[in-house]
Design a protein around this ligand. Structure first.
Ligand code: FRU
Length: 504
């Protein structure tokens, strides 16, 4: 009797195990340790970024059934600090009307939509319903902090009978006491602006397009007002994702800075002034958070050229590090500055520090102290006009090189020998960003400062306090954890380990 009960239990256990995906931990070789990725399956764009009632919400394009793009659903995760995410059940599911494409989420504090009940504040998701022949804008709401959702029975709220009309980005515009939506006609490369008093009835206002620059389709717009550093002025930042033709190859992002009056956006930049949000190959679909005092953004760490082929399992796709956005005056014009959200700081701890002039000494010290790893942030300071590089994730035949070329005045990331690259002809390569170090307060030439964020399958570089950034995927062997340096420019190196944000 005893044995048969035990064997039944063992059999049941085996059946449960058989039915499960092989590995549901966060320990895989390419599993980001301090970036968000879904436990299993495919993700692309972040959606509906919003802060509400003590939680940051991250919704994300998700395929609940597989590891390639399809059955688009809004996955869901929440976090108290932008780093420790708890994945919840998916929020918005595909149905007989179509798939749930990208969009945004607002907290309707004044209950303008009337979705609120019994004093409960509605969260309202505004997303694109996708069918082969039509994309239109739909609403859904939640009265329990995003845990359960109801699709609005009056959907669609905007239908232009268009096939490529998507990615609504909605926020509350205080001066006009209206909701504002930016949404793109992807193939026409146009952003349209709508306004509404109740999120249900929308009026079409201005539109924005920009001739020149990379010729890809427009996707995932995001519009946000941002204070100009050191002034009492504000400017409006328009982020856009482009479906092809970026300098690093494939998809990527550009930005515009200008003014917005609630109906119309006017860019200050001349049409031949193409500003890239990131110079790496893997920065896409970033949007900003609603309901935060600080402007914060989050993107998808990938490129559509090979997103369906990257060699990760049992998940495919991850988010970038969350960024704080600033606008600074730069000569006669304005520029975007991006830094990693300060919430990362408490997750880091000192592991190595060096100051000096001799790179050979530095390498000896690194070797002697066995300094290595796959999840850390490295800060470098270099003298003006000198060459240097940091080699990370180094192992047998593998290396990823981050460096400065003083002749071309470029910071570069070379992932030619970074590990697995053969899954796509478009993956290997060297990507660079022009860097003008400028001068110090005393008029002397300024040096170069790099912050390099290394994780199990990515390297994100922030140059001179976020003047330019380069975000790239890499797929090295787990044992490729070495670090070394070249050139004669380095004067200071700090490495801080980052603790994993996932259960181990
Ligand atoms: C951008 C995008 C969006 C669309 C979504 C579909 O990566 O193509 O335009 O809404 O992905 O998953």
């Amino acid at each position: 009797m005893k044995t048969s009960l035990l064997s039944i239990l063992l059999m049941l256990n085996a059946l449960v195990l058989l039915g499960r995906p092989a590995d549901t931990t966060y320990r895989q070789a390419f599993r980001p340790q301090y970036h968000f990725s879904p436990r299993v399956n495919w993700t692309n764009d972040p959606n509906g970024l919003v802060y509400h009632d003590g939680e940051y919400h991250l919704f994300f394009q998700y395929n609940p059934y597989g590891i390639r793009w399809g059955h688009m659903t809004w996955g869901h995760a929440v976090s108290p600090d932008l780093f420790h995410w708890k994945e919840l059940p998916p929020a918005l599911h595909e149905d007989d009307k179509g798939m749930v494409f990208s969009g945004s989420c607002v907290v309707d504090t004044k209950n303008t939509s009337g979705f609120g009940r019994d004093g409960k504040v509605p969260m309202v998701a505004v997303y694109t319903n996708h069918r082969e022949d039509n994309q239109s804008q739909h609403l859904a709401f939640s009265l329990d902090r995003g845990r359960t959702w109801t699709k609005y029975e009056g959907n669609p709220v905007i239908d232009l009978k268009e096939k490529d009309f998507r990615d609504p980005n909605v926020f509350w515009h205080e001066p006009t006491q209206s909701w504002v939506m930016t949404v793109v006609l992807a193939k026409e490369r146009k952003a349209l602006f709508y306004s509404s008093k109740d999120l249900k009835q929308w009026t079409r206002n201005g539109e924005f397009s920009s001739p020149g620059g990379p010729d890809g389709i427009w996707e995932c717009p995001a519009l946000r007002e941002i204070p100009v550093e050191g002034t009492r002025q504000t400017k409006w930042l328009l982020l856009l994702s482009l479906g092809s033709g970026m300098p690093a190859g494939g998809t990527g992002m550009r930005y515009f800075i200008g003014d917005f009056d609630g109906k119309r956006f006017r860019s200050d930049l001349s049409t031949d002034d193409v500003r890239l949000v990131d110079y790496g190959k893997d920065y896409y679909a970033a949007i900003t958070f609603n309901q935060t005092a600080r402007p914060l953004s989050l993107g998808w760490l990938n490129n559509w050229q090979y997103a369906n082929e990257i060699p990760t399992t049992p998940f495919r796709g991850a988010m970038t590090l969350p960024r704080e956005l600033k606008i600074v005056r730069s000569g006669k014009s304005y520029a975007l500055r991006q830094t990693v959200a300060r919430e990362l700081r408490p997750l880091t701890s000192d592991s190595f520090q060096w100051r000096g002039f001799d790179t050979a000494e530095l390498n000896k010290s690194v070797e002697k102290n066995k300094v290595q790893g796959d999840a850390y942030v490295m800060r470098l300071e270099a003298e003006p006009g000198r060459e240097f590089s940091a080699v990370v994730r180094r192992g047998a035949g593998e290396e990823t090189v981050v460096g400065y070329d003083p002749v071309r005045k470029e910071v570069f990331v070379d992932r030619t020998r970074s590990g697995q690259t053969a899954f796509s002809k478009d993956f290997a390569g060297r990507f660079s960003a022009p860097v003008d170090p400028g001068v110090t307060a005393t008029g002397a030439p300024a040096g170069i400062r790099l912050e390099i964020y290394v994780d199990r399958s990515s390297v994100e570089v922030f140059v001179n306090d976020g003047q330019v950034t380069l975000t790239n995927l890499i797929f090295p062997k787990p044992e490729s954890r070495g670090i070394s340096f070249t050139g004669d420019g380095l004067r200071a190196v700090t490495i801080r380990n980052v603790e994993p944000v996932w259960p181990q």
